[in-house]
Write a protein that binds this ligand. Structure first.
Ligand SMILES: [Fe+2]
Length: 319
């Protein structure tokens, strides 16, 4: 069966994408940020997921104020890059995984979570920046290392879903993944945040104390975190801090008790706090089962079939 091996939380600051795209990653300001993800990229290379589910929010690229789904699942075969501000990022088209995406849609909707199904969707920095941070820089004419199932969450117009709703959706996604018969190693990303506000009298707000408590609770006490109301995010983490509820979808898809593999936090990136965490499920370990091939030769039924789960990657202790 398919299984979720780990959850990844990552900010998706658009300026990070612009720094990559404009060759600024070695500049001291940006190197401080990118160096915090080097161990994560090594972890990801070892983990070799077959599929990534990426929970993110659209920034008026695929949707607009005319139409804002609360939860939108990408079931297409591919998702071209699009973006606001700097324009479409020069990154490869993201390959989807329609068989698993459709299975998740069926399972989750029949579990009474009303997803919008997207059979055509462009994806912006909300998704591609975390992909770069975890998978590294990928040439536009190359391929991302694994297919992706996007899950877009409305955190741009009131009312966004509650943290509890996101947490419970994560549990439903896990149930869906684990009822999929193909042997797949799946990672799930929660993206956005951490504390930031981009306009109004409190523009530039960063609350490191709140952010670090959020990461602590995400790791150790997610049920407590799931009870935090919208107004607390707004008050403590700024107007755009509500993006952090998306991390609760990721956390809900994991075991109650997880291994915290790695954590990184720095301020600022643009006008935003950057947070990152890797949380691993405590899977039984078996022998590795061969090399993972890039999505270029993606054949859903054959390519991602694995005889057994590989050994989980080692923990990184650097904080
Ligand atoms: Fe965002």
């Amino acid at each position: 069966m398919a299984r979720i091996i780990a959850g990844i939380g990552s900010s998706h600051v658009p300026a990070i994408g612009a720094a990559i795209d404009n060759g600024k990653t070695e500049e001291p300001y940006w190197k401080r940020i990118f160096s915090g993800f080097e161990k994560s990229q090594a972890w990801m290379r070892e983990a070799k997921p077959d599929v990534a589910i990426i929970v993110y929010n659209d920034h008026a690229s695929a949707f607009s104020v005319e139409m804002i789904p609360t939860f939108a699942l990408g079931c297409a075969a591919e998702f071209p890059p699009a973006d606001e501000g700097w324009g479409p990022r020069p990154v490869p088209t993201v390959q989807g995984y329609p068989p698993l995406a459709s299975h998740i849609a069926q399972s989750v909707i029949l579990d009474e979570f009303d997803l919008t199904i997207c059979n055509k969707m462009e994806v912006d920095h909300g998704m591609t920046v975390p992909m770069n941070l975890l998978f590294g820089n990928v040439d536009k004419n190359s391929h991302w290392p694994c297919p992706v199932i996007p899950l877009a969450v409305n955190v741009v117009m009131y009312p966004p879903p509650t943290g509890h709703r996101c947490y419970m959706l994560g549990k439903a996604i896990r149930k869906a993944v684990e009822s999929y018969p193909e042997d797949l190693r799946v990672v799930i990303f929660g993206t956005g945040g951490l504390s930031h506000q981009i306009s109004g009298p409190r523009a530039g707000l960063i609350n490191s104390k709140w952010d670090k408590a959020f990461l602590d609770n995400l790791s150790k006490d997610p049920q407590k975190l799931a009870k935090v109301p919208h107004v607390d995010y707004m008050r403590e983490a700024g107007a755009e801090g509500i993006e952090m509820v998306m991390w609760l979808v990721m956390r809900g898809a994991l075991d109650d008790k997880v291994d915290e593999v790695y954590r990184f936090y720095t301020v600022p990136a643009s006008n935003t706090a950057v947070g990152h965490i890797i949380l691993a499920n405590r899977l039984r370990t078996t022998k590795p089962a061969g090399r993972h091939k890039p999505a270029a030769s993606h054949k859903p039924a054959a390519k991602h079939k694995r005889a057994a789960a590989r050994a989980k990657p080692a923990l990184i202790r650097s904080h």
